[in-house]
Structure formats: structure tokens, C-alpha cells
Design a binder for this molecule. Structure first.
Ligand code: GLC
Ligand code: GLC
Length: 632
């Protein structure tokens, strides 16, 4: 965009702002300051998406007017949060951050039930709570709420917008940030826009990718992946009037058409509305899919990044403390491209998640060590969200080229991992269930809770060890550890899931059990598996929060000379935490020579035990050590 176009745009937008009724008060002055700082970015980004359309500047002007309206409506307490976070912009990089995620209904019945859990969240040490989608959605098929019928209405079974605001404020008062999804790739087919489109309204038909016949769908489908092949082949489904609409996920989730600037504006409005309810972090759902282009896979296109940056610039104007978390479950090179202070400040770490499971199955930590060495670094001012399990399936998203360097064939290895985790491989400890098994492509993913995938079904000690080992990695590599709530007491698969309305065709429900009340009741009893898991995790949480070395994401690899033992260092100002983790079922040693770079006297900080490194270190089966070391 040339400078003159930028200047003209600025003049037109400023003139429109000046023509707004109502004077300039102190808050508007704050808006003006941020406008001066961020408008040039927004303008450049918006122009690069929509510049070829003659009315792009009118859309941009309307967008800024919407932003200023939203800012004027932003409650004073949230503006105070904006100011506080501006002073402490790295707040989410702290080693005290701990995330939890749950379904409102399954975990706590409704929003007031979630509020009633705040004392427990504090007991656990949560500072970040992701509530799974809680908006109005079709029944009984809503993809767990990921089909949104209105971004401004809470699902009445869960509560009201008023209750959501109250919950957000209560969480905030207790030091817990609220995270909700921004499901912006698609709406449900019951959203008002979709209904109007289905009724033939041309303006709303342009909100989606709707075509009169199969010509364009066939052309697009030559290059795009099937995401939910159990639901429908390809990416398009018929509309009631016989046209075809893009639906990447389920047939009732219609993809929005962001090549239409009206869609960007409308969704920016929904985003700012959510921000003003007291949301701290938006989980940007399915970011890989938001921009489509004929002849491409329509995943991870450059415009997807520009779109996210443009949404981000809108936040900087009108909800300055809001952060984005990217949900990109794709090739690790592509995951990394979303992580940027101007795009998504946080990102799920699907590679680490998948490779923890890979290491548990193979008893070989080489792929995980390689990933930590080459794929863990993220830009300053950004961080990972590290997790063992989420509400979704496990997809084996490691890079085939990385695996090849270790002599591993990616395709064969995925087949092995799938058969291991669905317990078809001799000696497997895991009780998982296949998800979207696609015989045509050989693709398959895995469902199952942490504990069931670790083999806790029978309650044996090795399973407890595996649960703790897996979390010892997510708690120490750097980033926000995110617990799938219920996992801290070892919740098991729910094989009754198929009996629930609308769930039978989606095996992910097997790992979304209801609140495991009996297990929670035993959490302080260390003679039970749930008590052991709980005590182990609590200890890691406390030690992590007290270890400044574990803040941020800086990690230095450490080669243990033993394939079963993962090693890495987390450097602090005065000392370093050296983590050693044994994925084998036998005791494993790291030699004195390997450890000779460190001063011999060290402390294992989880158990507060003094150790010497000059005789080497032996780890128990599935054991891990967090060693505070100094250079020798
Ligand atoms: C995300 C969600 C997943 C959902 C999909 C479609 O990937 O995590 O649960 O099915 O988006 O919204
Ligand atoms: C695919 C998508 C991911 C989504 C998942 C749901 O892997 O890439 O975004 O979470 O499907 O199963």
C-alpha cells in the first residue's frame, strides 16, 4: 500500500470519527492515542486483504467506528485491567501460570456451578480457565458447542451473558483469567446469517462459500483435506435448496467467507462484544482453515495470517489487553507461523503433546528431544500452551522430514502409534479409541483420556507413573501448562458416551466424561491412584511456581546419551533446571561424563533431595528429576 493511500485512509477515518456524536473525553483520548499507534497497521492489513475492492475504505471506516463504539461501551473495570496489563505485558509468561479446561455442563452443570468451583481452582493453583464453547448452538448436534448460532447469547442451559460477566469478574478477583473460544471459521447452520443465506438472501449467501452446483466444489475439493470424513466426504454439503456450502467440519458448521469484508467487520463486532464481557484470552479456533483459495489446500494460507493480524490490530484499538491463542493442529512449521506478538501471543503445542504420547509408546524420547531442540523456540512476548490431553483427538502431527532424520518412516510410524493406542499392538498398555479412521487415506487419530491412554483402567502403578511423567514434561519445558480438568484425578474413558443424544458418531466424547466426583473425593488419599496423581501434580505446580528458571520458554537441549532419557535445561539468572525424564520401563542411567559440565552437588527440587552428579544419575522406571544445577 503506498503512503498516499494510507494518508487518505487516515484522513477519511478521522473525519468519520470527528463526525461522531458526543465529545472527546479522557477515554476517547486514550482511544486516539492507540489509534495513532495501531491504525497504520490495521489499514495496511485491511488494504492487503480487501484493497482490490472499490469499497474497502468504507468498510475500514465502518470497522473503526464500530471499534470506537465498543471502546466507549467497555466497562471501567476492564479498562483498568487494560491499564494494568499494559504495565505488566509479560504477565502470561510467568512460571505461576497454570491452565485448566472444562466443559461448563459436564464439569459443573452451569456457569454458577463453575463459580462454585473457584475455591477448588485456587486449591489447584489455576490462573487460567478455558471454558469450552458456551454459546447458543443447535441441539443435539453442536460439535460440543463448536457450531455457534449466536456469539451474543449463552446457551440457556448453561446460564446467561450476565452470569458469564459475573463469573469473569469473580475469576479475575481470584487471579484467574477467563479463556473462551472465538469460533470464527464457521457458524452453525442455525445462525441468523446462515438462515438468511439458506433462504436465498444474496447478501448473506456471500457470508459463506455457497455455489449453485458442483462445479466449484469439485474444483476446490481437488486440493483440500477431509477433516471429518465420517460426517461427509470432501468439504461441501448440500443446502436445503440444493446449492452447495463449504463445511470443513460437520455439515452443520458452515465456513465463513472472509474474502467478503462485510464478514470481517461482522466478526470483529462479535469479537469485541466478547472482549467486553470480561474475556482475557480468545482461543482462536481452527485458524488454519480461515482463508480459502482455489487450487490450494486452503490451509495455512498467507491471508490467514493477515486476517489474524487484522483482528489483533482491532483488539489493540478497542480491547487492548485481549490476547489470542492459536489452535493450529497442523505441520509444526505451520504451527510456528501463527505465533507472533502481532498475531497469536499463545499457541497450543500439539507437537509436544503428540510426541509425549509417541515417547510413552516407543520408550524412546528421540523425536521429542529433537522437537525440543529445534521447534521449541518462539518469539519474545509469546508462549506455548503445553498439554497432555485436550477435548480433541490426538493427531500425529510431527514432521515426516524430522522423523526421517532419525530413520523413522512417518506413515508407518503413525500406523504403529494408532494401533498401539487402540490396543491392537502386542504389549500395549493403552485403552484408546480410533477417531475419523479413514481407510481411503490411511489417516486416523486417537481418542481417550490421559489415564486410560496411560493404562490406568486396572489401576496399576505404572499407569500412575506415566500420567505423572507426561505432565512432568508439560510442566517444565516452558509455556503455560494446561490441565484437562479431571485428569488431575486420573479420570477414565466414558464408554457410555454413545448413549448421549448426538454423541454416538463422535468418539471424542469418550474422553469428555462428566465431573468425576468420586475420584475428586479421594484426591487427598494417597493410597489411591487418584490421590497419587493429584499429590504428584500439586507438587509440580508448587515447585514450578517457586522456580523462576521455569518462567518463559527458553530451553537449551541436553543430550543424555540414552535414547530412553529425555533431557533439557531451563536456564535462569543464577542457576539452571536440568530435567531428566526416563520413558523406559527399566531403570536408566546418565553417565558421569555426560553430566561433567555441571558442578557435582545438585538438588532435586521436587523432592528437595541433595544428589551428586559425579557418579552419574540413575532414574527409576518412568521416573523424572528436576535438578537445580550450576556450571561446573
Ligand atoms: C476445533 C475444535 C474441535 C472442533 C473444530 C471445529 O478444532 O477444537 O473440537 O471440532 O474446531 O470447530
Ligand atoms: C483437525 C483440525 C483441528 C481440529 C481437529 C478436530 O485435526 O486440524 O483443527 O481440532 O481436526 O478433530
Amino acid at each position: 500500500m503506498d503512503e498516499q493511500v494510507g494518508q487518505q485512509a487516515r484522513q477519511q477515518v478521522l473525519a468519520a470519527l470527528a463526525a461522531q456524536p458526543g465529545g472527546v473525553d479522557d477515554d476517547d483520548a486514550a482511544f486516539r492515542r492507540r489509534f495513532d499507534q495501531h491504525f497504520p497497521d490495521l489499514c495496511r492489513l485491511f488494504h492487503s486483504l480487501y484493497g482490490p475492492q472499490s469499497d474497502w475504505l468504507d468498510h475500514l471506516t465502518a470497522l473503526v467506528l464500530e471499534a470506537v463504539r465498543s471502546w466507549q461501551e467497555r466497562p471501567a473495570d476492564l479498562k483498568a485491567v487494560d491499564d494494568a496489563k499494559e504495565q505488566d505485558s509479560g504477565w502470561f509468561l510467568s512460571n505461576s501460570m497454570l491452565g485448566g479446561v472444562c466443559y461448563v455442563d459436564r464439569y459443573a452443570e452451569n456457569l454458577d456451578g463453575v463459580r462454585a468451583q473457584i475455591p477448588y481452582f485456587k486449591e489447584l493453583g489455576l490462573t487460567y480457565l478455558h471454558l469450552m464453547p458456551l454459546f447458543l448452538a443447535p441441539e443435539p448436534h453442536s460439535d460440543g458447542g463448536y457450531a455457534v448460532s449466536s456469539y451474543r447469547e449463552v446457551n440457556p442451559a448453561l446460564g446467561s451473558m450476565e452470569q458469564l460477566r459475573t463469573l469473569a469478574a469473580d475469576l479475575r478477583a481470584n487471579g484467574i483469567s477467563l479463556v473462551v473460544d472465538f469460533i470464527f471459521n464457521h457458524t452453525s447452520n442455525e445462525h441468523e446469517w446462515a438462515r438468511k443465506a439458506a433462504a436465498g438472501d444474496p447478501a448473506y449467501s456471500d457470508y459463506y462459500w455457497i455455489f449453485p452446483d458442483r462445479t466449484m466444489p469439485d474444483a476446490f475439493e481437488q486440493h483440500v483435506r477431509e477433516i471429518f470424513p465420517d460426517d461427509h466426504p470432501g468439504s461441501f454439503v448440500p443446502t436445503p435448496d440444493g446449492r452447495w456450502v463449504w463445511a470443513t467440519f460437520h455439515s452443520f458448521q458452515w465456513d465463513l467467507n472472509y474474502s467478503n469484508p462485510a464478514v470481517f467487520r461482522a466478526m470483529a463486532g462479535e469479537m469485541l462484544f466478547l472482549a467486553n464481557q470480561g474475556i482475557d484470552i480468545l482461543r482462536m479456533d481452527a485458524v488454519a482453515f480461515i482463508w480459502k483459495q482455489l487450487g490450494t489446500t486452503s490451509e495455512n494460507l498467507p491471508e490467514a495470517h493477515i486476517l489474524l493480524q487484522a483482528f489483533n490490530a482491532v483488539c489493540r484499538l478497542a480491547a487492548p489487553s485481549l490476547l489470542f491463542k492459536s489452535e493450529a493442529i497442523v505441520h509444526p512449521d505451520e504451527v510456528a507461523r501463527y505465533i507472533n506478538p502481532a498475531e497469536c501471543q499463545l499457541s497450543y503445542n500439539p507437537l509436544q503433546m503428540a510426541l509425549i504420547w509417541e515417547s510413552l509408546a516407543t520408550r524412546n524420547a528421540s523425536l521429542l528431544a529433537q522437537a525440543l531442540e529445534r521447534r521449541h523456540t518462539v518469539p519474545d512476548g509469546t508462549t506455548w500452551v503445553n498439554y497432555v490431553r485436550s477435548h480433541d483427538d490426538i493427531g500425529w502431527t510431527f514432521a515426516d522430514e524430522d522423523a526421517a532424520e532419525l530413520g523413522i518412516n512417518g506413515f508407518d510410524h503413525r500406523r504403529f502409534l494408532n494401533s498401539f493406542y487402540v490396543n491392537r499392538f502386542p504389549g500395549s498398555f493403552a485403552c484408546g479409541v480410533p477417531f475419523q479412521d479413514n481407510p481411503r487415506t490411511g489417516d486416523c487419530r486417537i481418542s481417550g483420556t490421559t489415564a486410560s491412554l496411560c493404562g490406568l483402567q486396572g489401576g496399576e502403578a505404572a499407569a500412575v507413573d506415566r500420567i505423572l511423567l507426561a505432565h512432568s514434561i508439560t510442566f517444565s519445558t516452558g509455556g503455560i501448562p494446561l490441565l484437562y480438568l479431571g485428569d488431575e484425578v486420573g479420570q477414565l474413558n466414558d464408554y457410555q458416551y454413545a448413549l448421549e443424544d448426538g454423541h454416538a458418531a463422535d468418539s471424542r466424547w469418550v474422553h469428555r466424561p462428566r465431573y468425576p466426583a468420586a475420584r475428586y473425593a479421594r484426591r487427598h488419599d494417597r493410597s489411591t491412584p487418584e490421590g497419587t496423581v493429584y499429590a504428584g501434580l500439586r507438587r509440580m505446580i508448587a515447585v514450578r511456581a517457586a522456580s523462576p528458571e521455569l518462567a518463559g520458554t527458553r530451553l537449551i537441549d541436553f543430550s543424555t546419551g540414552n535414547r530412553s532419557v529425555l533431557g533439557y535445561q531451563r536456564p535462569g539468572k543464577h542457576s539452571t533446571i536440568l530435567v531428566l525424564a526416563n520413558f523406559s520401563d527399566e531403570p536408566q542411567s546418565v553417565s558421569p561424563t555426560t553430566l561433567s559440565g555441571f558442578a557435582p552437588d545438585v538438588v532435586e527440587i521436587l523432592t528437595e533431595t541433595a544428589l551428586r552428579l559425579d557418579g552419574g544419575v540413575t532414574l527409576t522406571p518412568r521416573g523424572y528429576l528436576w535438578l537445580r544445577v550450576r556450571a561446573g
